[in-house]
Design a protein around this ligand. Structure first.
Ligand code: HEM
Length: 347
């Protein structure tokens, strides 16, 4: 048989321990499945979406209410994107709590984290594409934060939205970032990340001599489990998309005064940036909107490099003693982000 990427990811047999739900939580695979749904539904939406400030919100309404199955496809796209963020965060936590980031998986950990950041940016740019009254505040705040960065701020602002006024002329850039500038890197990094999982020896589990179970499962059994997981998630998504519509609001006004009024009326970031919005209330936007979030990201990226290496027999086991520092770090970061989100939501 000719070797293929599928066969690389699915060798003839793998240790049963690597394919247990309770070990992987099926989170990485679910993230890939959600990305595939996002790709297909996103392409379908592109047939009707018009990336021009006068018509964008109207075209979203056309997709939602007039195109056959348009509302359902849009709901699928929306819910897959929200779930992807949650599932990726769960996957990140599982990788840290099972010490799976340790050598030889340190590089793949960084690839995964980069994927996560791009997924967040994809969710943000997708949110902006609605171009309704709710998007001006987050777009303006986010792009103005870029400007606060010394030396390169203005250049970054120009790269992000073309340098003009965000809420009148930023749409086309957001569209190109969303469908190409961020999507292409996600595809490349996603394939690379999955390739590296096998290159690094498959999912991290304790070495055979300390494992209680050295059974193996066949490729067919692995595929059967993957299909079962996709089936369950697919049904959940279909139900969610049938009964919970994606948010939709009136179109963004076109005159500067009305745009300003809309921005101050619905001054709310999308849910995954509420924690940053909460911090921005405390003072200097550069410190609270750029330095601290990037500092947190760098801290998480350095987990495999700055903390003591977990014992070999601990790699691939839940909450081992030898990576306590990493667990406390990621636990604290998650706690703070959730707490700030709840605080922002309480207002
Ligand atoms: C956001 C999109 C992501 C996708 C689509 C993805 C996909 C996957 C898949 C399919 C696996 C193998 C199955 C599994 O472990 O569940 C995997 C493993 C892995 N991922 Fe991710 N991942 C993503 C994000 C991340 C993040 C944010 C990190 C960490 C910062 C990360 C680090 C790793 C590591 C270290 C492994 C190997 C785990 C092990 O050997 O036990 N990934 N990823």
């Amino acid at each position: 048989m000719r070797p293929s990427f599928f066969h690389h990811l699915h060798p003839p047999t793998i240790p049963t321990a690597q394919a247990r739900w309770r070990h992987t939580l099926a989170a990485g695979g679910t993230a890939i499945f959600l990305m595939l749904i996002l790709g297909v539904t996103g392409i379908l939406e592109m047939f009707y979406y018009i990336p021009n400030p006068e018509e964008a919100a109207l075209s979203v309404q056309t997709i939602t209410y007039l195109v056959p199955f348009g509302g359902f496809i849009r709901n699928l796209h929306y819910w897959s994107a929200q779930l992807l963020l949650i599932v990726s965060a769960i996957h990140l936590l599982r990788v840290v709590f099972t010490a799976a980031y340790s050598h030889p998986r340190r590089f793949n950990y960084l690839l995964g984290l980069t994927l996560f950041v791009i997924v967040i940016l994809l969710d943000f740019t997708g949110y902006i594409l609605r171009w309704d009254v709710d998007i001006c505040y987050p777009l303006l705040t986010g792009t103005n934060l870029l400007k606060t960065i010394p030396l390169i701020g203005d250049a970054l602002h120009r790269i992000a939205i073309g340098g003009g006024d965000a809420c009148t002329s930023g749409l086309l850039r957001m569209y190109v970032w969303h469908i190409f500038g961020l999507t292409l890197p996600v595809i490349i990094l996603g394939v690379w990340h999955a390739f590296r999982v096998r290159r690094d020896g498959g999912i991290a589990v304790p070495p055979p001599q300390v494992r209680t179970d050295n059974a193996r499962i066949s490729r067919n059994e692995l595929v059967r489990r993957e299909v079962l997981a996709m089936f369950v998630i697919g049904i959940a998504l279909i139900l969610l998309s049938s009964f919970a519509p994606a948010p939709i609001a009136p179109a963004m006004p076109t005159t500067p005064a009305a745009i300003g009024a809309a921005a101050s009326q619905s001054a709310r970031a999308p849910w995954f940036f509420l924690w940053v919005q909460q911090m921005l209330k405390w003072g200097d936007p550069f410190i609270f909107g750029i330095v601290i979030p990037i500092g947190i990201l760098v801290l998480v990226a350095l987990i495999p490099y700055i903390f003591p290496k977990p014992a070999d027999s601990d790699i691939g086991t839940w909450f081992p003693k030898s990576n306590r520092f990493a667990q406390i770090t990621i636990g604290l970061v998650s706690f703070i982000v959730i707490l700030l989100t709840l605080l922002a939501n309480a207002k």
